[in-house]
Design a protein around this ligand. Structure first.
Ligand code: SF4
Ligand code: SF4
Length: 494
């Protein structure tokens, strides 16, 4: 239950925040519309150290995954142009679109559930953009240009030797790093071996691949040198979703205004003064240039740099840490513990159902997909000994990494299949051919007969495909019999 001081503080804080005009603009764009280059103070503290260790793990993963192979193929491949996708060593084709769509839906619900519960935690701790920006490029920038104050000083300097050397060095290193990342990025798309082939055989033979590499390099350089945190603030759709996903029970980086307000320096005579000493250490380290004391803002990527900064100040002034911490609005205002709300329960049920459905689809997914259609424009053909044949086209997709030799068998009716070609489907490829199905007329009681064709590899059935077999209609048969009978009669009369 909130006490009197709490409710007064909350009311006052909310009143002070009535002016929400800071939400009308972003810190990265000045009033004149120019780029406001944010130079945050270098963060330090236990959370920043933890993030650094996490980033080592992610970076090792990013630069080693393309080299890990399963049966000669990469563990992950997202080849959009050839529409070939490999996830955890399993190849997915456009025919697996349904599985892909369910996988994406499951991922989306997971993201929603995760965001409802933990806010934008992913952005600050796991997003590749933040990892590269804050843990690679920003660190290099601190190393070359120094901390925020030195960077501001360098910016003001005329183009003297120091500025040329530092800025030039930064541009060269940033560009080389962007080139390296572009190579690996391309490796995820076309396979790292293909990138190796480009390096070995030179540009003229692989101009298309080289052009992609150049484009990616410039895009990465542009993002990490100039555009930076604007990716999270302006471009990323996930950030924009926060407003609809977060509620008062979502845990995010939050300023405890009940404890911190009214803010002011220790020397200031403020009645009931809160713990915030208005030192701006939290705003100085913020890579998106916001003041977290204004409340939850879409710019906040939950990087926790402000938590470290404020904890250090609290230690310094002898107050408990956690004035800025991971907390929900209800935790701050009402001291409520984290709750497993109905919304979370509902999302969890949906997520579990989707995950089960996806698991079933993956387990039952066949290695071969086949489509059989009667050859267009062809009727049935009559053969000797009352045999009827239909011509079919078959399109087979081999999703495995080995050549498959297939046999076709009629499953539900006596008859035979005459192949025009041997069905040898190369690995990870398509194969198209034609074949005849031959059935004795006595087996056919309708004009259209449903038949089942089994697809076998070395005696093992891979799939059963349904098709329709055309034969003469009963009427037609009757007419034919009548004609035949008449012929016989005529012959006998003669
Ligand atoms: S770092 Fe802490 S004490 Fe300093 S301004 Fe921010 S919230 Fe207040
Ligand atoms: S407000 Fe804090 S957590 Fe959010 S982006 Fe700024 S420094 Fe990171």
């Amino acid at each position: 239950m909130e006490n009197l001081k709490d409710s007064e503080t909350i009311a006052q804080y909310k009143k002070d925040l009535l002016d929400q005009s800071f939400r009308d603009s972003v810190a990265t764009i000045s009033k004149e519309g120019n780029r406001n280059y944010i130079m945050p103070q270098k963060p330090k503290g236990k959370l920043y150290n933890l993030r650094t260790y996490f980033s080592y793990f992610y970076l090792i993963l990013f630069f080693t995954l393309p080299f890990i192979k399963v049966e000669g193929e990469p563990l992950f491949l997202l080849n959009v142009l050839e529409r070939k996708f490999i996830l955890f060593g399993k190849i997915f084709w456009p025919q697996d679109f349904f599985i892909f769509a369910i996988g994406l839906l499951t991922f989306l619900v997971f993201v929603i559930l995760f965001t409802v519960a933990f806010g934008r935690l992913f952005c600050g701790w796991a997003c590749p953009q933040t990892i590269f920006m804050e843990m690679v490029f920003r660190k290099i920038e601190y190393w070359i240009e120094g901390n925020a104050q030195q960077q501001k000083r360098l910016k003001e300097l005329p183009w003297n030797q120091e500025k040329i050397l530092k800025r030039g060095g930064k541009i060269i290193i940033f560009f080389l790093l962007s080139f390296l990342i572009a190579n690996f990025f391309l490796g995820y798309m076309i396979g790292i071996d293909e990138v190796g082939v480009l390096i070995k055989e030179g540009i003229p033979a692989h101009f298309g691949t080289f052009s992609s590499l150049v484009i990616f390099t410039f895009v990465f350089f542009f993002v990490y040198y100039w555009f930076r945190e604007q990716v999270c603030i302006i471009v990323c759709p996930y950030g924009r979703l926060q407003g609809v996903l977060l509620d008062k029970n979502s845990i995010l980086v939050a300023y405890d205004y009940v404890r911190g307000e009214p803010r002011g320096k220790a020397s200031e005579a403020i009645e009931n003064k809160g713990d915030c000493v208005n030192c701006h250490a939290c705003t100085r380290v913020c890579p998106t240039g916001i003041d977290i004391r204004n409340g939850t803002q879409l710019e906040c990527v939950n990087c926790t740099a402000c938590i470290d900064a404020c904890d250090e100040i609290m230690d310094h002034i002898g107050k408990p840490q956690g004035l800025i911490r991971y907390a929900s609005e209800n935790n701050v205002a009402l001291h409520e513990k984290v709750k497993f709300t109905w919304r979370l329960k509902l999302y969890s049920v949906v997520l579990t159902l989707l995950a089960c459905f996806l698991a079933v689809l993956l387990i039952t997914r066949s290695d071969v997909s086949a489509r059989i259609l009667r050859t267009p424009g062809q009727m049935y053909q009559k053969r000797e000994h009352n045999q009827i044949s239909n011509l079919y086209n078959i399109k087979l997709v081999n999703k495995t990494r080995t050549l498959i030799h297939m046999d076709l068998k009629l499953e539900n009716i006596d008859g035979k299949i005459e192949m025009i070609n041997q069905v040898n489907v190369p690995k990870e490829s398509y194969f198209q051919t034609s074949f005849f199905v031959v059935i004795n007329e006595s087996q056919l009681h309708e004009r259209k007969t449903k038949i089942k064709i089994g697809i076998y590899e070395e005696g093992k059935k891979l799939e059963t495909v349904n098709a329709t077999f055309l034969g003469p209609s009963n009427e037609h048969k009757r007419e034919e019999h009548e004609v035949k009978d008449n012929h016989i009669k005529e012959h006998q009369n003669k």
